[in-house]
Structures are given as C-alpha cells and as structure tokens.
Design a binder for this molecule. Structure first.
Ligand SMILES: Nc1ncnc2c1ncn2[C@@H]1O[C@H](COP(=O)(O)OP(=O)(O)OP(=O)(O)O)[C@@H](O)[C@H]1O
Ligand SMILES: [Mg+2]
Length: 239
C-alpha cells in the first residue's frame, strides 16, 4: 500500500460554554495514494471536522496526522501553507467563489498564492476550465453560471494547482441529479488519472462511486468498507 495519509488516535474537541464536544475521538485511519473514498454519517458525526483536519485547515486536539510520511504538527507555518497550496485541492458544497470575479479569475486566484507568473496563470486556468468543460464560460461571473457550472469552476480552481489530493465536502449537495451525475463522472475521471479523492456525502449513489466508504458516528469510525477489487475477466479473442 502506497500510504498517503495516516491518522493516529486523532481527536478534536470544541469547548462551548463549559461543555466539551468531541467532534472526533480516537480516529485511526490510513488512506493510500489514489484512493477514492467517501466519509458518510449523520449530521454532526464529524465529517467536516475530519475534512478540515485532512486539508490542514484545522489542527487536531490530540493524535498525529502523517501526510506523505511527515508529521503535520512538525511543519512550520510556511511549510504548512505550502503543503496546503501544493498538495491539496478543496471543493465545498457552497462553491466559495468570489462573486465579483469571472470564472477565469476565480480559477487563477489560487495560482497567485503560489507565485505563478500572470501569463502562466492564465494558461493553466484556461486549461483547468477546459477540463471541466467550461471553456465557453471563462468570462462569466458566478451569478451568470448555473449551479453545476459554478461547482465546475470550483473544481477547476481546485485542479489548477495540480494537487495530489482532492477533498470535497458535499460537492453535489446543492446540485440536481443530472448535474450531480456530470460532476461524479468528472471525479471518476480524476480518480482514473491518479488523483486521490476524498468526499463527504449524504447520498448513497455518490458513495457508490467510491471504492471505500468510512462511516463516522459521534466522532468514531463505525464502519470502514472497501469494495472487492474488480475482477479482470479474461477475454479470449478467438473464443
Ligand atoms: N467550531 C465549532 N465549535 C463548536 N462545535 C463545533 C464546531 N464545529 C463543529 N462542532 C461540533 O462538532 C460536531 C461535528 O461537526 P461536523 O461539522 O464535523 O459534522 P458533520 O458530520 O460535517 O455534519 P453535517 O453532515 O451536518 O455537515 C458537531 O456536534 C458540531 O456541533
Ligand atoms: Mg459537514
């Protein structure tokens, strides 16, 4: 197994008015490179908390997170920022696009943080928008795009940094079923191209696209299921 992520006894607690909430509690999990997995579980079970920790947007209260074999807690602020920018692409349910920026500008934005030169930024952003089928919508503002197109802009933005890991928290939560199918087809392609995809979803059909499903309950792993590998059926061209 080509290990990408290892979580060792991860816990995340929140203090709220004298009460301690354990959003995650004693999580042990290993995720391989190029895995395609979904976190499922009821509302409040810890899925978004998990994604924020995996994406280095938040730090655990206890335990260790190893990314590419490195303890994330040992990274300096700048190393952490670099890891976030280079390794990880985030896709949110609510798209999180800049409302006054065009599709192209929204996608280029992440490359600014990475110090990519303007001409190269535009080239890469256009390419990312092409990959999600939006080459004809580069100059549209978010409110001039459909929900599915907005989500594709968000995916292009996550992709243009060429992250190895794509984290998507309810990426199709605001989309109708046919647009959801388009987005899932795109995720399937990204997986086959070698990306590691980690999704959060409420929808069984979406979890079904994934090879592995981890069910969280009250901050614990309740179930960790991997589909059996597909059998390669030998086809005899002469038979
Ligand atoms: N910033 C915070 N402060 C206090 N409590 C929090 C905070 N963020 C999350 N929690 C609590 O931690 C628990 C897990 O929250 P989390 O957002 O991870 O759930 P979730 O599985 O993503 O739920 P949903 O499906 O509704 O998005 C919940 O009980 C929530 O109330
Ligand atoms: Mg959530």
């Amino acid at each position: 197994m080509n290990e990408l992520i290892r979580l060792v006894d991860i816990g995340k607690q929140y203090q709220m008015g004298g009460e301690t909430i354990a959003a995650l509690d004693g999580i042990n999990l290993t995720i391989a490179r190029n895995e395609y997995m979904a976190f499922i579980g009821s509302s409040g079970s810890g899925k978004s908390t998990m994604m924020n920790i995996l994406g280095c947007l938040d730090t655990p209260s206890k335990g260790s997170y190893f990314l590419n074999g490195r303890d994330v807690a040992s990274m300096s602020q700048s190393e952490l920022a670099q890891t976030r920018n280079r390794e990880i692409g985030f896709i949110f349910q609510s798209f999180n696009l800049l409302p006054r920026a065009t599709a192209l500008q929204n996608v280029m934005q992440t490359l600014i943080y990475r110090g990519v030169r303007p001409a190269e930024r535009e080239k890469r952003a256009r390419h990312a928008l092409e990959r999600v089928g939006l080459e004809k919508r580069v100059d549209h503002l978010p409110n001039q795009l459909s929900g599915g197109q907005r989500q594709r802009v968000a995916i292009a933005r996550a992709l243009c940094g060429e992250p190895s890991i794509l984290l998507a928290d309810e990426p199709t939560g605001n989309l109708d079923s046919s647009t959801t199918a388009d987005i899932m087809a795109l995720f399937d392609t990204l997986h086959s191209e070698g990306h590691t995809l980690i999704l959060v979803t409420h929808e069984p059909e979406i979890a079904n696209h994934c090879q592995r499903t981890v069910r969280l309950s009250d901050g614990h792993v309740l179930l960790d299921q991997t589909k059996p590998a597909q059998q390669n059926v030998e086809v005899n061209p002469h038979g």
